[in-house]
Design a protein around this ligand. Structure first.
Ligand code: NDP
Length: 306
Protein backbone atom coordinates (compact mmCIF):
# COMPACT_ATOMS: atom_id res chain seq x y z
CA UNK A 1 0.00 0.00 0.00
CA UNK A 2 2.84 2.35 -0.96
CA UNK A 3 0.56 5.26 -1.93
CA UNK A 4 -0.94 5.31 1.55
CA UNK A 5 2.37 5.32 3.44
CA UNK A 6 2.26 7.88 6.22
CA UNK A 7 5.08 9.96 4.75
CA UNK A 8 4.65 13.70 5.16
CA UNK A 9 4.32 16.09 2.26
CA UNK A 10 6.23 19.34 2.36
CA UNK A 11 5.00 22.61 0.85
CA UNK A 12 6.85 25.88 1.37
CA UNK A 13 8.51 24.43 4.44
CA UNK A 14 5.19 23.53 6.09
CA UNK A 15 4.65 19.92 7.01
CA UNK A 16 1.22 18.72 5.87
CA UNK A 17 -0.86 15.70 6.80
CA UNK A 18 -1.39 12.77 4.46
CA UNK A 19 -4.80 13.31 2.89
CA UNK A 20 -7.09 10.32 3.30
CA UNK A 21 -8.64 9.88 -0.13
CA UNK A 22 -12.13 8.59 0.62
CA UNK A 23 -13.20 8.98 -2.99
CA UNK A 24 -10.47 6.64 -4.18
CA UNK A 25 -11.00 4.09 -1.38
CA UNK A 26 -14.73 4.14 -1.99
CA UNK A 27 -14.17 3.44 -5.72
CA UNK A 28 -11.79 0.64 -4.78
CA UNK A 29 -14.38 -0.98 -2.49
CA UNK A 30 -17.13 -0.55 -5.07
CA UNK A 31 -14.86 -2.23 -7.65
CA UNK A 32 -14.21 -5.16 -5.26
CA UNK A 33 -17.96 -5.49 -4.68
CA UNK A 34 -18.71 -5.38 -8.43
CA UNK A 35 -16.20 -8.21 -8.98
CA UNK A 36 -17.83 -10.34 -6.27
CA UNK A 37 -21.29 -9.69 -7.71
CA UNK A 38 -20.07 -10.69 -11.15
CA UNK A 39 -18.82 -14.03 -9.79
CA UNK A 40 -22.22 -14.54 -8.18
CA UNK A 41 -24.27 -13.69 -11.25
CA UNK A 42 -21.94 -15.62 -13.58
CA UNK A 43 -23.14 -18.76 -11.80
CA UNK A 44 -26.74 -17.81 -12.64
CA UNK A 45 -27.53 -16.79 -9.04
CA UNK A 46 -29.53 -13.59 -8.47
CA UNK A 47 -27.57 -10.44 -7.50
CA UNK A 48 -27.82 -8.61 -4.17
CA UNK A 49 -30.91 -6.40 -4.06
CA UNK A 50 -31.26 -3.03 -2.33
CA UNK A 51 -34.53 -1.15 -1.80
CA UNK A 52 -34.58 2.52 -0.86
CA UNK A 53 -37.80 4.16 0.30
CA UNK A 54 -38.38 7.92 0.28
CA UNK A 55 -41.55 9.44 1.63
CA UNK A 56 -42.21 12.95 0.30
CA UNK A 57 -40.56 14.90 -2.45
CA UNK A 58 -37.44 16.36 -0.82
CA UNK A 59 -35.06 17.26 -3.65
CA UNK A 60 -31.99 16.51 -1.50
CA UNK A 61 -33.28 13.00 -0.71
CA UNK A 62 -34.03 12.32 -4.35
CA UNK A 63 -30.53 13.40 -5.39
CA UNK A 64 -29.10 11.04 -2.78
CA UNK A 65 -31.35 8.20 -3.88
CA UNK A 66 -30.44 8.62 -7.53
CA UNK A 67 -26.74 8.44 -6.50
CA UNK A 68 -27.52 5.17 -4.70
CA UNK A 69 -29.35 3.85 -7.75
CA UNK A 70 -26.35 4.63 -9.97
CA UNK A 71 -23.98 2.95 -7.49
CA UNK A 72 -26.22 -0.15 -7.46
CA UNK A 73 -26.23 -0.33 -11.26
CA UNK A 74 -22.44 0.01 -11.43
CA UNK A 75 -21.99 -2.77 -8.87
CA UNK A 76 -24.45 -5.09 -10.66
CA UNK A 77 -27.08 -4.95 -7.89
CA UNK A 78 -30.81 -5.22 -8.31
CA UNK A 79 -32.12 -1.88 -7.10
CA UNK A 80 -35.56 -0.66 -6.21
CA UNK A 81 -36.39 2.99 -5.51
CA UNK A 82 -39.76 3.49 -3.92
CA UNK A 83 -40.89 7.11 -3.83
CA UNK A 84 -44.10 7.51 -1.86
CA UNK A 85 -46.21 10.66 -1.59
CA UNK A 86 -45.78 12.82 1.54
CA UNK A 87 -49.32 11.94 2.66
CA UNK A 88 -48.54 8.18 2.83
CA UNK A 89 -49.95 6.80 6.09
CA UNK A 90 -47.92 4.92 8.66
CA UNK A 91 -49.96 1.78 7.95
CA UNK A 92 -49.21 2.02 4.22
CA UNK A 93 -45.49 2.46 4.90
CA UNK A 94 -45.47 -0.48 7.33
CA UNK A 95 -47.16 -2.60 4.66
CA UNK A 96 -44.49 -1.60 2.12
CA UNK A 97 -41.73 -2.58 4.57
CA UNK A 98 -43.45 -5.89 5.25
CA UNK A 99 -43.59 -6.58 1.50
CA UNK A 100 -39.85 -5.86 1.20
CA UNK A 101 -39.03 -7.95 4.30
CA UNK A 102 -40.68 -10.87 2.47
CA UNK A 103 -39.26 -10.15 -0.98
CA UNK A 104 -36.53 -12.72 -1.76
CA UNK A 105 -34.95 -10.41 -4.36
CA UNK A 106 -34.30 -7.73 -1.71
CA UNK A 107 -31.48 -8.15 0.83
CA UNK A 108 -31.16 -4.55 2.04
CA UNK A 109 -33.79 -1.98 2.97
CA UNK A 110 -33.02 1.67 3.57
CA UNK A 111 -35.55 4.28 4.62
CA UNK A 112 -34.53 7.83 3.81
CA UNK A 113 -34.84 9.99 6.96
CA UNK A 114 -36.38 12.22 8.14
CA UNK A 115 -39.93 10.93 7.63
CA UNK A 116 -42.95 13.27 7.56
CA UNK A 117 -44.04 14.26 11.08
CA UNK A 118 -47.30 12.24 11.01
CA UNK A 119 -45.27 9.00 10.83
CA UNK A 120 -43.73 7.48 13.96
CA UNK A 121 -40.11 7.01 12.95
CA UNK A 122 -39.32 4.42 15.65
CA UNK A 123 -42.24 2.23 14.62
CA UNK A 124 -40.99 2.27 11.04
CA UNK A 125 -37.35 1.56 11.86
CA UNK A 126 -38.34 -1.30 14.18
CA UNK A 127 -40.34 -2.85 11.34
CA UNK A 128 -37.28 -3.31 9.09
CA UNK A 129 -36.11 -6.92 9.29
CA UNK A 130 -32.85 -6.97 11.28
CA UNK A 131 -31.40 -9.19 8.53
CA UNK A 132 -32.06 -6.50 5.89
CA UNK A 133 -31.37 -3.44 8.04
CA UNK A 134 -28.35 -2.23 6.04
CA UNK A 135 -27.91 1.08 7.90
CA UNK A 136 -28.38 -0.39 11.39
CA UNK A 137 -31.48 1.75 12.01
CA UNK A 138 -33.45 -0.96 13.80
CA UNK A 139 -32.90 -0.51 17.58
CA UNK A 140 -32.31 -4.27 17.88
CA UNK A 141 -29.30 -4.00 15.54
CA UNK A 142 -28.12 -0.93 17.43
CA UNK A 143 -28.20 -3.10 20.56
CA UNK A 144 -26.35 -5.96 18.86
CA UNK A 145 -23.71 -3.46 17.74
CA UNK A 146 -23.17 -2.39 21.34
CA UNK A 147 -23.02 -6.01 22.49
CA UNK A 148 -20.14 -6.58 20.07
CA UNK A 149 -22.20 -9.06 18.03
CA UNK A 150 -21.65 -9.86 14.37
CA UNK A 151 -24.37 -7.62 12.90
CA UNK A 152 -24.84 -5.08 10.12
CA UNK A 153 -23.03 -1.85 11.00
CA UNK A 154 -24.18 1.71 10.21
CA UNK A 155 -22.76 2.93 6.91
CA UNK A 156 -21.19 6.31 7.72
CA UNK A 157 -19.34 5.29 10.92
CA UNK A 158 -18.25 1.96 9.45
CA UNK A 159 -17.05 3.87 6.36
CA UNK A 160 -14.95 6.16 8.57
CA UNK A 161 -13.52 3.12 10.38
CA UNK A 162 -12.76 1.42 7.07
CA UNK A 163 -10.66 4.44 6.07
CA UNK A 164 -8.49 3.95 9.16
CA UNK A 165 -8.10 0.27 8.31
CA UNK A 166 -7.30 0.78 4.62
CA UNK A 167 -4.63 3.35 5.57
CA UNK A 168 -3.30 0.90 8.18
CA UNK A 169 -3.72 3.47 10.95
CA UNK A 170 -3.45 1.79 14.39
CA UNK A 171 -6.55 2.13 16.58
CA UNK A 172 -5.94 -0.20 19.53
CA UNK A 173 -4.95 1.65 22.70
CA UNK A 174 -5.29 5.07 21.06
CA UNK A 175 -7.20 7.94 22.64
CA UNK A 176 -10.13 8.54 20.29
CA UNK A 177 -12.39 11.56 20.64
CA UNK A 178 -15.78 11.48 18.92
CA UNK A 179 -17.38 14.91 18.78
CA UNK A 180 -21.14 14.45 18.35
CA UNK A 181 -23.47 11.84 19.86
CA UNK A 182 -26.18 11.40 17.24
CA UNK A 183 -27.72 7.95 16.80
CA UNK A 184 -26.59 7.73 13.18
CA UNK A 185 -22.99 8.93 13.47
CA UNK A 186 -21.52 9.86 16.86
CA UNK A 187 -22.81 7.05 19.11
CA UNK A 188 -22.20 4.16 16.68
CA UNK A 189 -18.78 5.63 15.79
CA UNK A 190 -17.83 5.57 19.46
CA UNK A 191 -19.07 1.97 19.71
CA UNK A 192 -17.08 0.85 16.65
CA UNK A 193 -13.90 2.49 17.96
CA UNK A 194 -14.43 0.86 21.35
CA UNK A 195 -14.84 -2.49 19.60
CA UNK A 196 -11.44 -1.82 18.00
CA UNK A 197 -9.98 -1.29 21.50
CA UNK A 198 -9.53 2.47 21.34
CA UNK A 199 -10.07 4.44 24.56
CA UNK A 200 -13.04 6.54 23.54
CA UNK A 201 -14.33 9.90 24.77
CA UNK A 202 -17.61 11.30 23.44
CA UNK A 203 -18.08 15.08 23.36
CA UNK A 204 -21.33 16.94 22.68
CA UNK A 205 -22.89 20.39 22.92
CA UNK A 206 -22.70 20.43 26.74
CA UNK A 207 -19.03 19.41 26.86
CA UNK A 208 -17.05 22.08 28.69
CA UNK A 209 -13.44 21.46 27.74
CA UNK A 210 -13.45 20.53 24.05
CA UNK A 211 -10.08 22.15 23.13
CA UNK A 212 -8.44 20.28 26.03
CA UNK A 213 -10.03 16.97 24.98
CA UNK A 214 -8.83 17.54 21.41
CA UNK A 215 -5.26 18.14 22.62
CA UNK A 216 -5.28 14.71 24.27
CA UNK A 217 -6.73 12.80 21.27
CA UNK A 218 -4.74 10.57 18.92
CA UNK A 219 -7.82 10.20 16.70
CA UNK A 220 -10.59 12.80 16.35
CA UNK A 221 -13.87 12.06 14.62
CA UNK A 222 -15.88 15.24 14.09
CA UNK A 223 -19.63 14.80 13.53
CA UNK A 224 -21.17 18.06 14.66
CA UNK A 225 -22.61 19.86 11.63
CA UNK A 226 -20.91 23.22 12.34
CA UNK A 227 -18.48 24.57 9.73
CA UNK A 228 -14.84 24.51 10.86
CA UNK A 229 -15.87 24.41 14.52
CA UNK A 230 -12.82 22.40 15.63
CA UNK A 231 -9.78 24.64 15.34
CA UNK A 232 -6.48 23.45 13.95
CA UNK A 233 -4.67 24.82 17.01
CA UNK A 234 -6.63 22.44 19.29
CA UNK A 235 -5.25 19.39 17.51
CA UNK A 236 -2.33 17.41 18.87
CA UNK A 237 0.70 17.04 16.62
CA UNK A 238 0.29 13.85 14.49
CA UNK A 239 -3.36 13.36 15.39
CA UNK A 240 -5.54 11.49 12.86
CA UNK A 241 -8.57 13.57 11.88
CA UNK A 242 -11.74 12.08 10.39
CA UNK A 243 -14.17 14.85 9.48
CA UNK A 244 -17.72 13.59 8.96
CA UNK A 245 -19.23 17.09 8.95
CA UNK A 246 -20.69 18.25 5.65
CA UNK A 247 -21.66 21.91 5.77
CA UNK A 248 -22.66 24.18 2.94
CA UNK A 249 -21.23 27.72 3.27
CA UNK A 250 -21.53 30.77 1.01
CA UNK A 251 -18.74 31.07 -1.52
CA UNK A 252 -19.13 33.87 -4.07
CA UNK A 253 -16.08 32.53 -5.97
CA UNK A 254 -17.82 29.23 -6.70
CA UNK A 255 -20.18 29.01 -9.72
CA UNK A 256 -22.76 27.43 -7.39
CA UNK A 257 -22.39 30.27 -4.87
CA UNK A 258 -21.55 27.83 -2.08
CA UNK A 259 -18.99 25.23 -1.11
CA UNK A 260 -18.87 22.28 1.26
CA UNK A 261 -16.67 22.39 4.34
CA UNK A 262 -16.23 20.03 7.26
CA UNK A 263 -16.46 20.50 11.02
CA UNK A 264 -12.69 20.90 11.29
CA UNK A 265 -10.65 23.96 10.29
CA UNK A 266 -8.99 21.95 7.54
CA UNK A 267 -6.07 24.13 6.42
CA UNK A 268 -4.77 24.64 9.96
CA UNK A 269 -5.49 21.09 11.10
CA UNK A 270 -3.60 19.67 8.11
CA UNK A 271 -0.45 21.39 9.39
CA UNK A 272 -0.57 19.41 12.64
CA UNK A 273 -2.35 16.13 11.82
CA UNK A 274 -0.61 13.02 10.48
CA UNK A 275 -3.69 12.01 8.45
CA UNK A 276 -6.80 13.99 7.62
CA UNK A 277 -9.96 13.51 5.57
CA UNK A 278 -10.94 16.39 3.27
CA UNK A 279 -14.51 17.59 2.79
CA UNK A 280 -15.72 16.76 0.23
CA UNK A 281 -13.96 13.53 -0.79
CA UNK A 282 -13.18 12.04 2.62
CA UNK A 283 -15.74 10.19 4.75
CA UNK A 284 -18.70 11.21 2.54
CA UNK A 285 -18.13 8.86 -0.42
CA UNK A 286 -17.65 5.91 1.96
CA UNK A 287 -21.32 5.84 2.98
CA UNK A 288 -22.58 4.46 -0.34
CA UNK A 289 -19.66 2.00 -0.56
CA UNK A 290 -20.56 0.61 2.88
CA UNK A 291 -24.24 0.47 1.93
CA UNK A 292 -23.36 -1.79 -0.99
CA UNK A 293 -20.98 -3.81 1.18
CA UNK A 294 -23.68 -4.29 3.85
CA UNK A 295 -26.23 -5.37 1.24
CA UNK A 296 -23.79 -7.97 -0.09
CA UNK A 297 -23.12 -9.21 3.47
CA UNK A 298 -26.86 -9.31 4.20
CA UNK A 299 -27.42 -11.42 1.08
CA UNK A 300 -24.76 -13.94 2.11
CA UNK A 301 -26.17 -14.19 5.64
CA UNK A 302 -29.76 -14.54 4.43
CA UNK A 303 -28.77 -17.29 1.98
CA UNK A 304 -26.75 -19.15 4.64
CA UNK A 305 -29.67 -18.99 7.10
CA UNK A 306 -32.17 -20.38 4.58
P1 NDP B 1 -26.80 15.82 14.53
O1 NDP B 1 -27.27 17.24 14.39
O2 NDP B 1 -27.81 14.75 14.68
O3 NDP B 1 -25.80 15.76 15.78
C1 NDP B 1 -24.84 16.72 15.98
C2 NDP B 1 -24.06 16.41 17.23
O4 NDP B 1 -23.10 17.44 17.41
C3 NDP B 1 -24.94 16.38 18.49
O5 NDP B 1 -24.63 15.26 19.27
C4 NDP B 1 -24.59 17.67 19.21
O6 NDP B 1 -24.61 17.59 20.63
C5 NDP B 1 -23.14 17.87 18.77
N1 NDP B 1 -22.78 19.27 18.90
C6 NDP B 1 -23.49 20.35 18.49
N2 NDP B 1 -22.84 21.47 18.85
C7 NDP B 1 -21.72 21.10 19.49
C8 NDP B 1 -20.66 21.79 20.12
N3 NDP B 1 -20.64 23.12 20.18
N4 NDP B 1 -19.66 21.08 20.69
C9 NDP B 1 -19.68 19.73 20.66
N5 NDP B 1 -20.67 19.02 20.08
C10 NDP B 1 -21.67 19.70 19.52
O7 NDP B 1 -25.86 15.56 13.27
P2 NDP B 1 -25.43 14.18 12.57
O8 NDP B 1 -24.70 13.33 13.52
O9 NDP B 1 -26.55 13.63 11.81
O10 NDP B 1 -24.40 14.77 11.49
C11 NDP B 1 -23.22 15.44 11.88
C12 NDP B 1 -22.54 15.96 10.63
O11 NDP B 1 -22.17 14.87 9.80
C13 NDP B 1 -23.41 16.86 9.74
O12 NDP B 1 -22.61 17.85 9.16
C14 NDP B 1 -23.93 15.93 8.67
O13 NDP B 1 -24.22 16.60 7.47
C15 NDP B 1 -22.74 15.01 8.50
N6 NDP B 1 -23.10 13.69 7.99
C16 NDP B 1 -22.38 13.22 6.92
C17 NDP B 1 -22.68 11.98 6.41
C18 NDP B 1 -21.86 11.49 5.25
O14 NDP B 1 -20.82 12.02 4.97
N7 NDP B 1 -22.23 10.48 4.56
C19 NDP B 1 -23.76 11.14 6.92
C20 NDP B 1 -24.39 11.68 8.10
C21 NDP B 1 -24.05 12.93 8.59
P3 NDP B 1 -25.98 17.37 21.47
O15 NDP B 1 -26.27 15.90 21.35
O16 NDP B 1 -25.61 17.78 22.84
O17 NDP B 1 -27.02 18.22 20.82
Amino acid sequence: MGVYSPCKSFFQGIKLATIINGKEISQQIRGEIANTVKTITDTGAPPPGLAVIIVGDSKASQVYVSAKKKACEQAGFYSLEIILPAETTQAQLLQKIDDLNNDAKIHGILIQLPLPSHINESAILEAISTDKDVDCFNPKNFGYLNLGADCLQPCTPSGALELLKRYQIPIEGKNALVVGRSNIVGKPMATLLTRENATVTIAHSRTKNLPELCKNADIIVAAIGKPEFIKGAWIKENCVVLDVGTNSVNDPTSPKGYKLVGDVEYEEAAKRASFITPVPGGVGPMTIAMLLSNTLKAREKLLNNN
